[in-house]
Design a protein around this ligand. Structure first.
Ligand code: SAH
Length: 392
């Protein structure tokens, strides 16, 4: 199918922004079903891009600005570029780290596709109908490019595809059938449950921030709030924390955190996992009980309209923490909401600090790691932000 844009609506594409909004489209020729490849032309009829077509605000996600076929050669090339980048970053092909994001959507010029690697297994998520339709081709290209690095590909898109497209998609293996695996991140081991876990089974995006936390851990009493798999807890244990408490409202998460801590530190009674709501726990805990606290909540704003409430949520959460953290304490506080900008998050935390009246200094400004790259033409890809704060 061919798509012709309205006059003047090709400006962002000339700057390589990878999305075409439905409002920019003048007319469609030979319309095909959702997920089909569309060749896109300016109002003057000049070719400008090829991408996946989908019904919705974002009508086309651009795969290439070159006039090239989207075939096996294309998929292999894009995946090879992605793998080469991970090797350059130093996360792939290491013995003490086999956990990394291989494909990060727009950041790897593959809008709508996420692939995380855990040891011998790749977990693939499609966020667009086009990537869903291309899944077998992508799996085949993965086999070629990754070779014997992987022997399982689990396709997990039940909750990430647009419901309205009616694809009735079930999670399934495209290669192999391993149901459990132990991934290694910076020498620490984690059970990854891609069948039942959140997202692709683990939050790979906190790797560097967990390493930084390890550095602050010696001798501290640590609270890992919203612990999920206990990633930060395991690093805090290795860093020499005096005690580590992992809290999550989900019983399953708390069990997983306990299992991961005991796998790395068997019979170590410094760790305790508690199933409790974050706000209730913060309210009930003793003042000064902890001097290293991590707040890594789920995205409070999934869309722009939820922004105001999300900012209030961040302020409330951080204010409750500032009220209780021990003097001389260090707070790692995060937001993974794409709709919340770095400045807005900082303002929400600033408001919380001011409410507590305590002296607070910013030690580090954190973001997503290099294997979650941001396409320079698509600044929307920056989603994870964090602050490390010293509280007097
Ligand atoms: N820090 C984790 C990722 C956190 S994901 C890591 O490094 O991997 C967010 C977690 O917050 C989920 O496990 C979810 O169960 C938990 N959660 C959501 N709402 C909560 C609440 N009100 N209180 C406590 N935990 C909550």
């Amino acid at each position: 199918m061919n798509i012709y844009l309205k006059r003047g609506k090709d400006e962002s594409l000339k700057r390589f922004h990878p999305w075409i909004y439905s409002g920019a489209i003048q007319r469609i020729e030979d319309q095909a079903g959702e997920g089909a490849l569309a060749r896109v032309f300016t109002s003057d009829g000049d070719y400008i891009a090829t991408g996946h077509w989908q019904i919705g605000t974002i009508a086309v996600r651009v795969l290439t600005f070159d006039d090239e076929p989207i075939d096996d050669v294309f998929w292999c090339h894009r995946l090879q570029v992605a793998l080469d980048m991970r090797r350059a970053i130093g996360v792939a092909d290491r013995t003490d780290n086999n956990t990394y994001r291989l494909v990060h959507g727009e950041g790897d010029n593959l809008p709508g596709l996420v692939i995380d690697v855990y040891g011998q297994t790749a977990v693939m998520q499609a966020h667009s109908v086009g990537m869903h339709c291309s899944r077998q081709q992508i799996a085949e290209a993965m086999r070629v490019v990754m070779g014997d690095r992987i022997n399982n590909i689990y396709y997990k898109s039940e909750t990430t595809l647009p419901f309205k497209a009616g694809l009735g998609q079930e999670n399934t293996f495209l290669l192999g059938d391993a149901v459990d695996n132990i991934a290694v991140e910076n020498g620490l081991r984690f059970h990854i449950d891609w069948l039942r876990g959140q997202k692709t089974g683990f939050f790979v995006d906190q790797r560097d921030n967990r390493s930084l936390l390890e550095h602050y851990a010696p001798g501290r009493d640590v609270l890992n709030m919203f612990c999920y798999t206990g990633g930060f807890s395991v690093y805090a244990m290795r860093g020499g924390a005096r005690c580590v408490h992992s809290v999550d409202s989900s019983g399953k998460a708390v069990d997983l955190a306990s299992a991961n801590v005991s796998m790395n530190f068997p019979d170590d009674d410094r760790h305790q996992a508690i199933a409790e709501d974050a706000f209730r726990y913060l309210q009930q805990m003793e003042e000064g009980q902890y001097d290293l606290i991590i707040l890594d909540p789920p995205a409070f704003a999934k869309h722009k309209d939820a922004l105001r409430n999300a900012l209030k949520g961040y302020t409330r959460l951080n204010a409750a923490t500032f009220a209780k953290i021990r003097p001389g304490g260090v707070l790692f506080t995060f937001s993974c909401s794409q709709a919340v900008s770095k400045d807005q998050f900082r303002m929400a935390v600033f408001t919380a600090a001011a409410m507590s009246g305590r002296k607070v200094s910013i030690l580090h400004q954190l973001h997503q790691p290099a294997d979650h790259p941001i396409n320079i033409y698509h600044p929307e890809g920056e989603y994870l932000k964090g602050l490390v704060l010293y509280v007097e």
